[in-house]
Design a protein around this ligand. Sequence first.
Ligand SMILES: Nc1ncnc2c1ncn2[C@@H]1O[C@H](COP(=O)(O)OP(=O)(O)OP(=O)(O)O)[C@@H](O)[C@H]1O
Ligand SMILES: Nc1ccn([C@@H]2O[C@H](COP(=O)(O)O)[C@@H](O)[C@H]2O)c(=O)n1
Length: 682
Amino acid sequence: MESHRAETAPRQPFLDLPPLNGVAGTVRLPGSKSISNRVLLLAGLCAGTTAVHDLLDSDDTRVMLDALAALGCDIERLGPSSVRVQGLDGRLRVQEARLFLGNAGTAMRPLAAALAVLATLQGGRFELAGVARMHERPIGDLVDALRPLGCNIACPGNEGYPPLRLSGSAGGALALDAPVRVRGDVSSQFLTALLMALPLAAAERAVVIEVEGELISRPYVEITLNLLARFGIDVRREGWQRFTIPAGSAYRSPGAIHVEGDASSASYFIAAGAIAATAAPLRIEGVGADSIQGDIHFIEAARAMGAEVLTGPNWLEVQRGAWPLRAIDLDANHIPDAAMTLAVMGLYADGRTRLHNIASWRVKETDRISAMATELRKFGAMVDEGEDWLSIEPPSHWHAAAIHTYDDHRMAMCASLAAFNGLAGATPPVPVRVLDPGCVAKTFPTYFDALLGVATASQQQVPVITVDGPTASGKGTLSSELAAALGYHHLDSGALYRATALAVLEAGADAGNEAAVAALAARLPIRFELQRVLLEGIDVSDRLREERVGLLASQISALPAVRAALVELQLGFRRAPGLVADGRDMGTVIFPGAALKVFLTASAAQRAERRHKQLISKGISANLDSLRADLEARDARDMQRSAAPLRPAQDARLLDNSALSIEASVEQVLAWWEDVQPFATR
Ligand SMILES: Nc1ncnc2c1ncn2[C@@H]1O[C@H](COP(=O)(O)OP(=O)(O)OP(=O)(O)O)[C@@H](O)[C@H]1O
Ligand SMILES: Nc1ccn([C@@H]2O[C@H](COP(=O)(O)O)[C@@H](O)[C@H]2O)c(=O)n1
C-alpha cells in the first residue's frame, strides 16, 4: 500500500482572488469528511472487507488511513476515490503504535475511544498525537467517560488534551454495569466516539451510554447512528440522553459503501448561488435533500436569507432570490460548521445577521468566533461577538483585505465568498487575499479550482503580469515560477508561434505565404495541460523546442496576419485568479493594461551559455558560438520587425538577470508585485 501522507511541498503563502461577478454551471462535491472518517474506522474495526467509494481525499482522511494501516489493516487503493479496507474483526493486530492524527478531530476522538477499549480488553500501548492546535483542543470529557470503565489513559502534555497514551494488559475487562456517562454540551464527537467504540465490548452484554447536559450538534450523532446501522449495530435511542447498544452486537461489513458529497462543503456553493447566480441556477452534485448529514439543513437558513434552492436525490440547484440577502437571527447550533458560511452571507444582507448558540466554534480548528469577527472586520463589516454568538452588519465601504485563515479550511473557503463584493455595490470592487489557501486540503483540496471553475470575473478585473524579453533570457522559467507562487495561469506565447511553425512544417505549407500561415494559426488545435503542450491531442512539447521549429517560429512571427490570428487565443488565457504571460509583446500589444510589466534581459554570452547547458542536459549536442550567433540573429529579427517588435513597454520594470539566480529573479518580481497590491497589511 502506498503512503497516504500528504505531499510536503511548501504551501502557497496566499491566493489573490479578483472581484468575482457571477456563478454558473455545475460543481461536483468531494466526499463528506464526517462520513469518510467514520466509514473508514468502522471498516477497520469490522469483520470482512469493505470497498469504500467516493471517499474524500484530504488531510483528515489521509491521517485516518495512515492510522488504520499502522494498526495492521490492509488497505488497497481501488481508484482515485475508492479503497478496500480489510477489517480487524475487533482483534488488535498490533499491540503498540504511535499515531499522528494531524488536526483531524474526526480521527482523534473515535480512535482514542476504540483503542482505549481494545487496549483494556486485549492489552496494548498506543500514543495518539497531532499538530499543535490539536493539542489545544479539549478531549477531557471523553477521557472522563472512559477512565471509570477501567481504561488507562494518560495525558502527558496537559490534562484533558492530546497527546494521549492508552495502555492495558491482555485479559482486562471493562466496568460496564453502570451506564457510561459522557458530557454532550461541548462536542458531540465524544458521544460519537463512544458509540463507535463500545460495540467492541457488547458481544455478551448491552452497553448503555447516558449523555450529561444538553447534547449539541445532534445531526452529527444521527450520521453516526445511521452508519453504525449500515455496519450491523442497531443502537436504541431514548431521546437524546440515553443510547443502548444491544447485547450480541458485532460489526459486520456492508461489503461496499458510497460516501455522500460533503454537505458542509456544499454550503459555499449554495451561498455563491444565492449571491451570484443571477442568470441560471448553479448546480451542485453529490448531495441532495435526502442527505444524512445535518449540514444539509443549511439550505433552510440560506432560503431564509433569500436563496432559491431546488433539491433532488443527489443534487441541488441554487439561484439568487431576494437581493440584497435578508438578514437573519438564527440559533445555528444544529449546523455549527456550515453556519460559518452564513456569517459571510451576512456581508451581503440588508441588515444585521445574528448567529447564536455557536459556542462549539471556539474549540474547532481555531477559535472561529474570534477569527471570523477579526477577519470580517477587515472588509469593513461591523462585527460583534459574545461567548456563543456573532453578529455581522455589512460594510458600507468595502476594503481589499488579506484574510488570515488560522490553518482552518472553513475560514479560507468562507473568505473566498467575499470576492463577490462588486455585487454588493463595492465601488470599485475589491480583490480578496486568502492567506495560506492550502489549508483547504483538510476537507476540500480542490476548492479554489472548483470555485473558479464556476465563478466568472470581468476580464478587466483579472490581474496580469507580463514578462517580455529576448531569447533565453529566462522568461519561461521566471513566469512559470511566478505563476506557481501566485496560483495563476501561465501563457507561454512563444509556444503558440512555435506550434504554428510546427503546423506549417507538418502541413508542408509555404512559410512565405502569409495568408496560409495565418489560416493555420487561426485554427491551431492547441491545448496546454500540466506543463505539456498538445496539438490535436498529441503531446508536442519536446518537438516545439527543436531548433528548426524555433527558427521558423521566429520567421513567421514577423508576419502581421499571423500575429493578428493569435490575438484572441492569447486574450483567452486571462482567467481568474490571474495570468503571467511571457513573450515579446505581452506588455506592449496583448496586455497593455497589465498591472505589472517586466522586461527581462541578460547578456548574450550568458543567454548562449544557459541555452547550451539546457540542450546538453537534454542530451542534445550544441555549439556555443553558433547558439550565440543564432540567438542574436533571432533577437535582431524580433526587434526590427514592424509588427509588435521586441522592446520594453514604457511602463515596464527592467530586470537584468545576468548575475541573478532564478530564485532571486522570482523574489524581485514578487516584491514588485507586492508594491502594486491594494491589500492592507493589518
Ligand atoms: N536567472 C537565471 N539564472 C540562471 N539560469 C537561468 C536563469 N533564468 C533561466 N535560466 C536558465 O536558462 C535557460 C533558458 O531559460 P528559459 O527557457 O526560461 O528562457 P526563455 O527566455 O523562456 O527562452 P525562449 O525565449 O527561447 O523560450 C533554462 O535552462 C533556465 O533554467
Ligand atoms: N509574444 C511572442 C512570443 C514569441 N515570439 C516569437 O516566437 C519565437 C519562439 O518564441 P520562444 O519564446 O518560445 O523562443 C521567438 O523567436 C519570437 O520570434 C513572438 O514574436 N512574440
